[in-house]
Design a protein. Structure first.
Length: 173
């Protein structure tokens, strides 16, 4: 009986250790980033700027490529002179990110993706979906925490030019 209890205890301990190792490996290569963007849209001399808060979740596929999903919301509204008040109610999207190491702590990256969003103009809600491209830099503060700065340009539709300047702080799991 004593030997059975010892065997069960050893089995339980080794199973727990294996499960802990598996859960650690499951998170390897994943990261999350909290970002702030200043979204700009310009059309025929009119422009608007809306601050946006985003959360990005990514998984490194290898040393050079990652896939990301993100969601966000506008933080305020902006007026277009002679027009309506515009707001970004929510947005979400997916992208593929390519990264290249410049120095030990600095990386350059490019992203291509698609975003879906709901905007509002004087209580009239509408869908606002676009392809986009991003260029940026990431600086590793340590092995887990990094900062990023980037510029995004969106597919031009209806004569409207759209872009955003983005800053973020991320955590590697």
């Amino acid at each position: 009986m004593k030997k059975s209890l010892i065997a069960v205890a050893i089995l339980a301990a080794s199973t727990s250790a294996a499960m802990a190792e598996d859960s650690t490996n499951a998170m390897a290569g994943t990261y999350a980033e909290l970002g702030f963007s200043l979204y700009k849209a310009e059309n025929s001399g009119s422009s608007l700027e809306i601050p946006v808060l985003t959360a990005t979740f990514g998984k490194n596929l290898n040393e050079y490529f990652a896939v990301e999903g993100f969601l966000g919301t506008g933080l305020s509204k902006d007026n277009v002179p002679g027009d309506a008040k515009y707001a970004i109610n929510h947005l979400y999207g997916l992208d593929l990110k390519g990264t290249i190491k410049i120095t030990e702590d600095l990386k350059g990256f490019a992203k291509v993706g698609y975003k879906w969003s709901q905007m509002e103009a004087s209580n009239d809600k509408f869908s606002h979906d676009r392809y986009f491209g991003t260029l940026g830099l990431e600086h590793d503060f340590n092995s887990q925490v990094y900062g990023s700065v980037s510029y995004t340009t969106y597919e031009s539709k209806y004569g409207v030019d759209e872009n955003s300047l983005n800053v973020g702080v991320g955590y590697n799991f």
